[in-house]
Design a protein around this ligand. Sequence first.
Ligand code: NAD
Length: 250
Amino acid sequence: MFQNKTVFITGGASGMGLLSGKCFAAEGANVVLMDINQEALDAAVAECGGNTIGIQTDVTKYEQLVAAKDKAIETFGSIDIVLPCAGGAEGRLAEDYTEFKDRDIAIFDFGIDLNLKGAVYAAQVCLNQMAKQMSGVIIFLGSITGVEGGGSGAVAYSCAKSGLITGATKSLAQYGAKYNVRVNCVSPGPVLTREAMAKMETLIGRAADPQEIVDLILYLASDKAAFITGTNFLIDGGRNIMPKRKYEKK
Ligand SMILES: NC(=O)c1ccc[n+]([C@@H]2O[C@H](COP(=O)([O-])OP(=O)(O)OC[C@H]3O[C@@H](n4cnc5c(N)ncnc54)[C@H](O)[C@@H]3O)[C@@H](O)[C@H]2O)c1
């Protein structure tokens, strides 16, 4: 389905980024995997096979994304699909479990840099090429946390994902339309890229298999979704319509 298409995936060494890479490669796409973790990236490139390259990239560093975009175009000649997957809750990634009021503000900045700026950077660096091609698809990874909040540990993560779901997706869809660039957002509930996600409740009564999310990504990236742009897709097992949970008072 994706012969001669090039997919630009950040956070591609693990989880849904890696699984997307594998699925796109299996459908004939050229795959550019980027990740901060070189060792995991090498393994991921081997796992994807086909026409896959790996470029060590920290998405919080704009110039590294520019260099990765240049390398992708030099290698494959186009960028057709952008999938910024690098992300995660700042408290978990920084292993900082202090309350938000006591937390070093640098951790908030880190969460925004990774989850909001990193994703928008990845899209922005590819837009010139997509405009030249007069075609392209950008699919952001939002989260149910961008809709319902993330509590003390994920304030930046929640702010960033809300920003992707609404501001980035809608603005870039409005802007990209004149270049035939579609922009959408996929916002999962709990996904079993980590065991711990099984604890998060859903109406369906389980967390998602990563393939369930990647199937939606593949659909949105394909020409079957040619009429879909500017939209967020909550894929959360009905979590957003569950009776509200109570937070404990001190
Ligand atoms: N897993 C879930 O339950 C879930 C739910 C909702 C949304 N999401 C979102 O989906 C996306 C993928 O989640 P996942 O669980 O598959 O991811 P994951 O944690 O398995 O993988 C994330 C990858 O990003 C890489 N990374 C971290 N910092 C980076 C940086 N600065 N630059 C480049 N790469 C970096 C990591 O090395 C890792 O390989 C994330 O944006 C996440 O927020 C996940």
